[in-house]
Design a protein around this ligand. Structure first.
Ligand SMILES: O=C(O)CCC(=O)C(=O)O
Ligand SMILES: [Fe+2]
Length: 385
C-alpha cells in the first residue's frame, strides 16, 4: 500500500500507514475523546475523583499557541540497575504477599504501600516490574494522594511524557487519562464495525524514547446492574516470552531489523473529531527486537497500533512479517494475563516488555476512569552476543 498523507491543522505529514491493521483504531475515542461531563454530577455513577476528569485545553507554551515543542532527547538512567535483587524494601518477607499470575509473567502484590517506598524500594520496584513484566499492587493510596505527589513518585522512574492527544486533569498535563463516561454510547458503536475491542499496543512507541516503568491506577470501575464490579479488565501480553517462543532461524531473521512507528494517525484521529493535538506527531524507528537495559532480556518490539513498516522491506513483505508477529502475540493466551481492577489498584508494567489492551466489554453504562503516569525510558537498542 502506498504511503498516505495526513493533515493536522495547517501541517501536512507523510506516513507509511495504512498497513495490514488499517488506520489507527477509531474506538480509541473512548480513551481520548473530549467529554461533555466535566462536572461529575450526572446521575449515573458520578465520578469518584472529579478532579481527575479530563480537560482539553492546550497547555503548552503560550508563544507556541499552547502546542508543546518537539521532545528533546534526554539521558535516561534505569534505577532497576541499583536494586537489591532480594527485594528487602519492596517485598519484605512475612509482610508482603506475592502471587504470580502465571509462572513467567504477571504478579499481584499485597501488603506494601508504593507511595511510602524509599529510593531503595523504588529501585527494587523498577527491577521487579522488569522481571515480572506487569504487577498489580492492591490497596494503594495513589488515587487519594494530591496529584502532584503521585507525579513526584512517578518522576523517579524517568522524564514524564505528556500525551499528544489525550485529556488531562486540570493543571496536570503529565497525567494521561483513560475515561469512558457514564452512558457513553461509543462502546455500542465499536461493535457496529469491529468484532473485538482488543487493541494490543505498547504506549506511544512512536516517541524516540518510549516509556519504561509505567503506572496505571483506577479511579472508577464499571459495575453490573447489581452494583458488583464487572468489565473493563486490562489484558497484557509478554513480548519477552513471545520472543522466546520463536525458533532460532526465525530469530536470526529478525536480527538487525528496524521498523517505523507513527503517531501521525493517532493525532489525525484526534484532530478529525475536533479534539486537541498537543504536540505535532512524530515517526521514529526502533529495533524489532530490543534488549532490556537491566535484565538483558530480548523482547519483540512491534505493535499493531503504532508500528507501520519494516524498514527496507516492500509493503507486502513488511505486512506479512508484522501480521505473523501480531497473530503470534494475540494468540498467546499462554503468555498473557488479565488484570481485574478493584478500587485502590495500581498496575505497574514495563512498557518495554508488555503490550496491553483495555477490554471494552460492558454495556451497563458505568463509568471507567483511570490515570496513567508515563515515565520515558532509553532509546531502544538491541544487543546481540
Ligand atoms: O484502559 C486501559 O485498560 C488501558 C488503556 C491504555 O492503553 C493506557 O492507558 O495506556
Ligand atoms: Fe496504552
Amino acid at each position: 500500500m502506498a504511503p498516505s498523507v495526513v493533515t493536522i491543522g495547517s501541517v501536512t505529514q507523510k506516513t507509511d500507514a495504512p498497513t495490514i491493521q488499517g488506520p489507527y483504531k477509531d474506538f480509541d475515542r473512548g480513551y481520548l475523546n473530549k467529554t461533555k461531563e466535566l462536572s461529575g454530577t450526572e446521575k449515573h455513577s458520578p465520578a469518584s475523583y472529579p478532579h481527575y476528569l479530563p480537560t482539553f485545553e492546550l497547555t503548552g507554551p503560550k508563544e507556541n499557541g499552547g502546542v508543546y515543542y518537539p521532545l528533546e532527547e534526554f539521558e535516561h538512567y534505569d534505577h532497576g540497575r541499583d536494586a537489591d535483587p532480594s527485594f528487602p524494601h519492596l517485598l519484605p518477607q512475612g509482610v508482603v504477599q506475592v502471587e504470580n499470575l502465571t509462572p513467567k509473567f504477571g504478579s499481584e502484590v499485597r501488603g506494601v504501600q508504593l507511595s511510602s517506598l524509599t529510593s531503595a524500594g523504588k529501585d527494587e520496584l523498577a527491577l521487579f516490574v522488569a522481571q515480572r513484566g506487569v504487577v498489580a499492587f492492591r490497596d494503594q493510596d495513589f488515587a487519594d494522594l494530591p496529584i502532584q505527589e503521585a507525579l513526584d513518585f512517578g518522576g523517579y522512574f524517568g522524564r514524564h511524557h505528556i500525551h499528544p492527544a489525550s485529556g488531562q486533569p486540570k493543571g496536570y498535563p503529565e497525567i494521561h487519562l483513560v475515561h469512558r463516561g457514564a452512558e457513553d454510547p461509543t462502546l455500542n458503536n465499536i461493535f457496529e464495525t469491529r468484532t473485538s475491542s482488543v487493541a494490543w499496543h505498547s504506549d506511544v512507541t512512536y516517541e524516540k524514547q518510549p516509556p519504561g516503568t509505567t503506572f496505571l491506577y483506577i479511579l472508577d470501575t464499571p459495575k453490573d446492574a447489581d452494583g458488583k464490579i464487572s468489565g473493563g479488565d486490562t489484558a497484557f501480553v509478554s513480548m519477552a516470552e513471545a520472543y522466546e517462543r520463536l525458533s532460532e532461524p526465525f530469530r536470526e531473521r529478525l536480527k538487525g531489523l528496524r521498523a517505523t512507528h507513527s503517531g501521525v494517525e493517532q493525532s489525525a484521529a484526534a484532530a478529525a473529531r475536533g479534539s486537541v493535538v498537543r504536540r505535532l506527531p512524530v515517526i521514529n524507528d526502533h529495533p524489532v527486537v530490543r534488549t532490556h537495559p537491566v535484565t538483558g532480556k530480548k523482547t519483540l518490539f512491534v505493535n499493531p497500533q503504532f508500528t507501520r513498516r519494516i524498514i527496507g522491506y516492500k509493503y507486502e513483505e513488511s505486512d506479512a512479517l508484522l501480521k505473523f508477529l501480531y497473530d503470534h502475540t494475540a494468540y498467546g493466551t499462554d503468555f498473557q494475563i488479565r488484570v481485574k481492577w478493584a478500587p485502590k489498584t495500581v498496575v505497574v508494567w514495563d512498557n518495554r516488555i508488555a503490550m496491553h489492551s483495555a477490554l471494552l466489554d460492558w454495556n451497563s453504562g458505568g463509568r471507567r476512569h483511570l490515570a496513567r503516569i508515563t515515565p520515558q525510558a532509553e532509546v531502544p537498542t538491541e544487543s546481540w552476543d
